[in-house]
Design a binder for this molecule. Sequence first.
Ligand code: ADP
Ligand code: MG
Length: 230
Amino acid sequence: MARTFCAQQKDFFTLKTFQDLGLPQPLVASLDAAGFSTPTKIQIEAIPQLLKGRDMLGIAQTGSGKTAAFGLPILAAIMALPGRPRPMSARALILAPTRELAVQIDEAMRSFAGSAKRISTVLVLGGVSRHAQIQKIAKGVDVMVATPGRLQDLVDDGKVWLNETRFLVLDEADRMLDMGFIGPVKAIAKGIGPRRQTMLFSATMAPNIAQLAKDLLNDPLRVEAAPQGS
Ligand code: ADP
Ligand code: MG
């Protein structure tokens, strides 16, 4: 009992920085520039474990700081890789249910990446021309943020190869399933194959999410988080 109490007190009073979480200096510098001085709870719990390569199941509400929790470890890993991504491939794939969310994630990833090392990104969305997306992908990208339907179309047409992808994020997975994306999500994950680190986030743990997590995650770290400041 006393030990638990002490552990909680220590957590509460130890102010962690992004550097303490094991992130490389260039990322810490761009976080500083973006005004991120103190990591949120989910960032503190997730980042060190994700840097070690663990899979993760996050039950977290909007506003808890999930984008940086999954995005920073991915960028750290990519920055440590030699060379450039292979043509037609993406080193990391982040799936989001809507165009708006995908746009926000892409913006956040580019702001975290800063100018320290050139990280290439592409947004793959339905409802806009495929041409520019296909041209960017043809060169190979570090980070692809996509909605499942359009990405599945491009995969089916042979415009993207997922076999080089090493990081897969399913953001707001509950909404993706509600929108009927279970088929594309599963097909995309299967196309990537087992050599990947997978992170799944959902606001709820409905049975269909639990099943998806069981299918896609390997011994995941489970993290729960309320919105920032609550
Ligand atoms: P979620 O995906 O959990 O809804 P976001 O990643 O979109 O949350 O973050 C919510 C808001 O909080 C965003 O405006 C983001 O820029 C901001 N934010 C996230 N982490 C931090 C942090 N450590 N310090 C300051 N602002 C943060
Ligand atoms: Mg989010």
